[in-house]
Design a protein around this ligand. Structure first.
Ligand code: HMG
Ligand code: MG
Length: 299
């Protein structure tokens, strides 16, 4: 399969990146991050989550963040919604696109959203109905597509029915998440081969965490499988509170560098993106997790 000429990057740093941080991060710092990212040319930014603050305290200020960001034309500002309450809160905050999240393993589903996979799919149905009534699009996630922190290796055959269920209920795109970052390029190719029999490739996305250092190879393997949407996190921020030891998503700067080298267009300015990543890394008092940003700032 030939490589695409254009790839869309879904920036999940303000949500997946920050949700795991124990230290308080001010609304102003979150807003600045989102604004820096939109100014760098990201066209899709996951800004926050309308989840229970008991489960993920860091996302509690998501409504305030939404009301303070500068919304640029042509940029999608999205949020996670685990249930109808989350969708209603998102709508009240003016959110125009939400994402629901399921898992391919029962163990992770229970720990992350306190219900079974089939219960979660049922819980999403009223979200889909209400979203449709308000004319907003819903993206779907499947977590633990290559491995689970509680159950070990996960087969593509476990992922396909969950991805299909999300697609069938109306998710316009289904993002497959290697939550613990244990998958290899071979696993990734097989995953998309199997899932693409149920959901068209054009409606699938790759979401790779870099725990085992495989994320960039997995993005390349996905490109070879005809996938052209990837989730990434500026400065490689993040992890999932219910997947111990999982590092951040692949750094947006590093995916962008790969894509530029392949002559694939994204519309993102690498220098401005690096500046955004450096700023939030300083706020958090962390080393920048992007190899490209580290290399560039050492020059
Ligand atoms: P539960 O405890 O079963 O639900 O949680 P509940 O209905 O019994 O509610 C418990 C309390 O939460 C109640 O408050 C509710 O009002 C409140 P109380 O009466 O005890 O004071 N509540 C809410 N508050 C605010 N917003 C809401 C909401 N819903 C209930 N929407 C629930 C079930 C789904 C709510 C919970 O498990 C939850 O919020 N989980 C979210 C976990 C999460 O955000 N994980 C990280 C995102 S997923 C991820 O990172 C993976 C991804 O990146 C892809 C990948 O890498 O694989 C997407
Ligand atoms: Mg994730």
């Amino acid at each position: 399969m030939s490589l695409p000429t254009h790839v869309r990057l879904v920036e999940v740093g303000p949500r997946d990146g920050l949700q795991n941080e124990a230290q308080p991060i001010t609304v102003a710092d979150k807003v600045r991050l989102v604004d820096d990212l939109s100014e760098a040319g990201l066209s899709y930014i996951e800004v926050g989550s309308f989840v229970s603050p008991k489960w993920v305290p860091q996302m509690a200020g998501s409504a305030e963040v939404f009301s303070a960001i500068k919304q640029r034309a042509g940029v999608t500002y999205a949020a996670l919604a685990p249930n109808l309450r989350g969708l209603e809160d998102a709508l009240a905050a003016g959110v125009k696109e939400v994402a629901v999240f399921a898992a391919a393993s029962e163990g992770f589903s229970q720990r992350n959203i306190n219900c079974s996979i089939s219960e979660s799919l049922k819980r999403f149905e009223p979200i889909m109905d209400a979203a449709q009534a308000h004319g907003i699009r819903v993206r779907g996630y499947v977590s633990c597509v290559l491995g689970c922190p509680y159950e070990g290796k996960v087969n593509a055959e476990q992922v396909a029915p969950v991805a299909k269920a999300l697609h069938d209920m109306g998710c316009y795109e289904v993002s497959l998440g290697d939550t613990i970052g244990s998958g290899t390029a071979g696993d990734t190719r097989r995953l998309f081969e199997v899932v693409a029999q149920q959901v068209p490739r054009a409606q699938l996305a790759g979401h790779f965490h870099d725990t085992y250092g495989q994320a960039l190879a997995n993005v390349y393997a996905s490109l070879l499988e005809g996938i052209h949407v990837f989730d990434s996190s500026v400065a490689g921020l993040g992890g999932c509170p219910y997947a111990k030891g999982a590092t951040g998503n692949i750094a947006t700067e590093d995916v962008l560098y790969l894509l530029q080298g392949l002559g694939i267009e994204t519309g993102i300015d690498l220098d401005r993106l690096i500046a955004a990543g450096q700023r939030i890394s300083q706020v958090l008092g962390r080393a920048n997790g992007s190899r490209v940003a580290k290399a560039r700032s050492a020059q």
